[in-house]
Ligand binder design. Structure first.
Ligand SMILES: Cc1cc2nc3c(=O)[nH]c(=O)nc-3n(C[C@H](O)[C@H](O)[C@H](O)COP(=O)(O)OP(=O)(O)OC[C@H]3O[C@@H](n4cnc5c(N)ncnc54)[C@H](O)[C@@H]3O)c2cc1C
Length: 482
């Protein structure tokens, strides 16, 4: 098939899957007023692949078969592949109001990690996971499927291992082994796009011990598999008004609590089954790819912050003020540092078994820098924009003839800019920084792709401190051991 159309993608979602939203079972996610926004947002992936302007960015030709496939499925072999993947993610996110599409990005991150770790498990345990991963990769590529990744378990008491918890199902585990597969139980949290993708890929979230081997499980299942239940989150969208929320009324991601209520997984879809000694490696390898995806999709939102702040400074007549220039300089540095680091991570990649892995230290630096400075950047935008971001009039007041003229007259800015243009910009800034959607982005910045501590640990562990120590010794005039 190669590339699907938007219609084919949407038709595939009406498959009897079990999705709940605000207390109700959803019959067809594509027709649902809230979930439908997520579906339409995700549809851009297929739209862009068909658009001649973006076809080269979004698709790739496989010379051996002559087939044209979504570029997401191309396993990166070198820096060039990583840079092109980065460009695809950044471009599609930019065209989607700064919101990543994430229906293939995260799934292929998982496929790349699975292929690397499956090989190692096979070598040690004599399993045939690599063949299964390759067959599954081909299946998703040929059918142009969308995928969510359910890695983060609900976790209960964070200080305890899975088997020590108040009940045994705080982490997804194998509860029954059958000749033709396994039965799994448990729940994963925050699974982005799960209600409206074709496939759910499940990975372990942490390292395991032998005592916890039932929790060392990785697999993939169609979203309508019996026993799979998704409770979709309503948060992160503010209203359907294009005027009030110009971005989030069209673009949003929706997460689910993803429940595995005794779900059967056939053997060919199992990629790890109790090989506990590889659970941590799989979790971390996935994250190596996924944080690179993260730092590739962060920049369009940073650019919107810079553009929104610079424009409102113009509209309010403050763009020459030195404090405004300083804040804009910080916003520019923020965006360009993340962008430069994400490119550097691709340039400085390592190759393992023919797969290019983005530089882990640089990727984590980029993600940490982005996340730990995000709220400060929001405050710069809000500071420049002023209080109207949260005190402006309703759309109905703007159209009511009794109030419209007052609004036109009193809420203007500099001469030459219409009040309505100014209000539209104010609304954009509210949508991005001071709405339900804005709050969602703040949490996403901090926690998605792993909390801040996870990046700190990787940076600390991955850095060659010994090199610096010996430099310090040398500068101090100490005798060098070698
Ligand atoms: C918008 C959004 C989208 C997401 N999408 C996905 C997705 O598609 N798929 C997916 O699998 N996950 C997804 N995630 C999950 C994300 O990776 C997690 O939120 C993140 O790893 C933190 O886990 P948590 O939310 O359970 O918080 P917690 O792990 O509870 O973290 C909260 C705090 O507790 C600390 N902490 C946790 N455990 C310990 C410990 N043992 N010792 C000391 N401190 C500890 C953390 O460092 C942090 O400071 C998403 C999250 C968000 C917010």
């Amino acid at each position: 098939m190669g590339i699907r159309s938007v219609e084919q993608y949407k038709a595939g979602l009406n498959d009897g899957r079990t999705v709940f939203f605000k207390g109700n079972r959803v019959e067809d996610v594509t027709q649902h007023p809230d979930l439908g926004v997520g579906v339409n947002h995700a549809s851009l992936d297929f739209e862009l692949a068909e658009n001649p302007e973006y076809r080269d960015v979004m698709t790739v030709n496989i010379p051996e078969t002559g087939e044209i496939i979504s570029r997401y499925f191309k396993t990166p072999a070198d820096t060039d592949d990583l840079l092109k993947r980065r460009e695809m993610i950044e471009t599609s996110t930019r065209l989607a109001g700064g919101v990543v599409l994430l229906i293939k990005e995260i799934g292929t991150d998982a496929l790349f990690a699975l292929s690397l770790i499956a090989k190692r498990i096979d070598e040690k345990h004599g399993t045939d996971y690599l063949d299964r991963v390759k067959a599954y990769h081909r299946h998703c590529q040929e059918k142009d499927l969308s995928m969510a990744v359910a890695q983060t378990d609900v976790k209960g008491d964070r200080s305890l291992m899975p088997s020590e918890q108040a009940h045994p199902d705080y982490y997804v585990r194998v509860v029954e082994q059958r000749p033709d597969g396994v039965v799994v139980r448990g729940a994963k949290a925050h699974t982005t796009c799960a209600p409206y993708v074709d496939e759910i890929i499940v990975l372990p979230t942490r390292n395991m011990t032998e005592q916890n081997k039932d929790y060392a499980v990785a697999f993939a299942i169609p979203a309508n598999t019996p026993g799979l239940k998704m409770i979709a989150s309503p948060f992160g969208a503010s209203s359907s008004s294009d005027f009030h929320h110009p971005v989030s009324s069209h673009h949003r991601m929706i997460e689910s609590l993803t429940i595995f209520d005794d779900v059967f997984v056939p053997n060919e879809r199992i990629f790890m089954n109790r090989e506990w000694d590889f659970a941590g490696a799989l979790a971390n390898t996935f994250v190596e790819f996924h944080r690179f995806t993260a730092v590739s999709y962060k920049t369009p939102l940073c650019d919107l912050f810079t553009g929104g702040a610079a424009l409102i400074a113009d509209y309010n007549g403050i763009s020459r003020a030195s404090h405004v220039r300083e804040k804009l300089m910080h916003l520019i540095s923020y965006a360009e540092t993340v962008r430069a680091l994400s490119k550097a991570a691709a340039v400085d990649c390592t190759r393992v078994d023919g797969v290019a892995i983005p530089n882990s230290l640089i990727t984590n630096l980029a993600k940490f820098y982005f996340a730990s400075n995000y709220h400060q950047m929001v405050s710069y935008v809000q500071d420049i924009a002023g209080g109207l971001v949260v005190t402006g009039p309703d759309e109905a007041d703007v159209t009511n003839p009794e109030t419209r003229d007052y609004i036109e007259k009193y809420l203007g800015g500099v001469k030459g800019v219409s009040t309505m243009e100014r209000l539209k910009l104010i609304n954009l800034i509210r949508d991005l920084t001071a709405s339900d959607f804005g709050g969602y982005h703040e949490l996403l910045a901090i926690h998605a792709e792993g909390s801040l501590e996870a990046q700190k640990i990787t940076i600390y562990r991955g850095y060659d401190l010994e090199r610096c120590k010996s430099l310090a010794k040398q500068a101090a005039g100490m005798q060098m051991s070698n």
